[in-house]
Ligand binder design. Structure first.
Ligand code: HEC
Length: 396
């Protein structure tokens, strides 16, 4: 079979549908999710988005099958190292497409995925902060993070794909003596299957991500990283080893294969089978494990709304602020009011709720130099406390 050429065909389709999506996309958290939703309202937009999604998965599977067949017939020994290494790099590029593509819609699931990526980067020994900062493009996950992912997905990876395919085809031509088998029938069958998948299973689009909110509890990565997720779940506290070292080792093993493969084939086949079975088994285990359910929201009767004066006491808001005109010990912050006062309007007339939530939710994250954090307890109310404060200041 010509799985390799079919993978290239599907990937080319992915570039075309991607170009269509790029016309409508904006890489910011304010706009990305709505832009994605907007595409679905355009003529054929929903289908093109679905085709784009599925062409990533198809190309990955076809390329994987191709690699497996080449390995099975010992092609990594007989067909030249160069071709094998280029093939591995192509597979990596396809994985990169699928991975970054899943983060771009800017919905809740994407944000959860970005947070996992940030966590993995932050787990790097010694250079964790720098790595996480490089992934985020700043001190916190923001639209700058999406912009980076978009640049990788829509500029770096397509360029790498085109370059690698050109090199690959060049090497392959030199090696290939027989004319390639015609692609018409398998090509048409693949495209038909792709179309069917795209029509039957369009990708979901979740609610808009809330940069300050909690991650949805059942967030899972895409299918090709489920095994990593499962391993992380089973071996807690090993993020860097499991999510960074192990995949890199597997990649190095695959790329290095033709350089150390000689003699009997038994051992290398055993290792390959063990890797495939391990990944397959972990993926199955992850699928079988029921998603962690969010804790049941307790009945409204026995959850008293967080008590605002108590929250303020805990964070000593009144030590720095005159609140509704009351005395303040240090009086170092601006007066903040629930009710309009002669010297200062009410909070609700001064700030948007978004600003309030960001400022009071985690002042340090919002502004490194804030003096709102010199008290011994770090000012970081829980989401419920923040909601209560907001409701109080906005007079609800
Ligand atoms: C350690 C002193 C301190 C504490 C405690 C404190 N604040 Fe502040 N707050 C400030 C200062 C100073 C500012 C001015 C800007 C800055 O430094 O961030 C500020 C700014 C604000 C602002 C924005 C006002 C503006 O004009 O920009 C709000 C709203 C606010 N605080 C609410 C609160 C609430 C609610 C609490 C308690 C949960 C609280 N603060 C606790 C010192 C404090």
């Amino acid at each position: 079979m010509s799985f390799g050429r079919l993978a290239v065909l599907v990937a080319a389709g992915g570039l075309l549908s991607g170009a269509f999506l790029a016309f409508h996309y904006a890489p910011t958290f304010e706009a990305a999710r709505d832009a994605t939703a907007h595409v679905e309202t355009l003529p054929l937009g929903r289908l093109l988005r679905s085709l784009h999604h599925w062409s990533g998965a198809f190309a990955l599977v076809l390329a994987g099958l191709h690699g497996a067949l080449v390995f099975a017939r010992g092609g990594h020994r007989t067909e030249g190292r160069r071709l094998w290494v280029l093939g591995c790099l192509l597979f990596l590029v396809l994985t990169g497409f699928a991975y970054t593509g899943y983060l771009l819609p800017g919905d809740e699931r994407a944000l959860a995925g970005i947070r996992v990526m940030e966590g993995v980067a932050a787990s790097t020994p010694l250079a964790g902060d720098a790595a996480a900062g490089a992934v985020r493009g700043g001190d916190a996950i923001s639209s700058a993070t999406l912009t980076r992912l978009y640049a990788v997905h829509a500029v770096v990876l397509p360029a790498a794909l085109v370059l690698l395919v050109a090199l690959f085809v060049g090497s392959w031509r030199r090696l290939c003596t027989a004319p390639p088998r015609p692609l018409l029938i398998p090509g048409a069958a693949t495209l038909a299957a792709l179309l069917l998948a795209a029509l039957l299973f369009p990708p979901a689009l979740g609610p808009k991500a809330d940069l300050l909110g909690e991650a949805p509890p059942d967030a899972r990565p895409e299918w090709f990283f489920l095994w990593v997720n499962e391993l992380l779940h089973r071996v807690p506290g090993s993020t860097f080893l499991v999510a960074a070292v192990l995949p890199s080792l597997l990649v190095a093993l695959a790329i290095g294969l033709p350089f150390c493969s000689r003699g009997r084939r038994g051992p290398e086949i055993a290792v390959a089978l063990a890797v495939v079975l391990g990944i397959g088994g972990l993926t199955a285990a992850s699928l079988a494990r029921a998603p962690e359910r969010p804790p049941e929201p307790p009945a409204p009767a026995d959850t008293p709304a967080p008590d605002v004066p108590r929250i303020m006491e805990r964070f000593q808001c009144a030590r720095c602020h005159r609140i509704d005109g009351k005395e303040s010990a240090d009086d170092m912050g601006p007066p903040i009011n629930r009710i309009a006062a002669p010297d200062r309007p009410a909070v609700k007339d001064l700030f948007t709720r978004e600003y309030f939530r960001r400022k009071v939710g985690d002042p340090r994250k919002y502004w490194e130099g804030t003096s709102m954090n010199y008290t011994p307890i770090r000012l970081k109310p829980t989401p419920a406390e923040l909601l209560a404060l907001e409701a109080w200041f906005y007079g609800e």
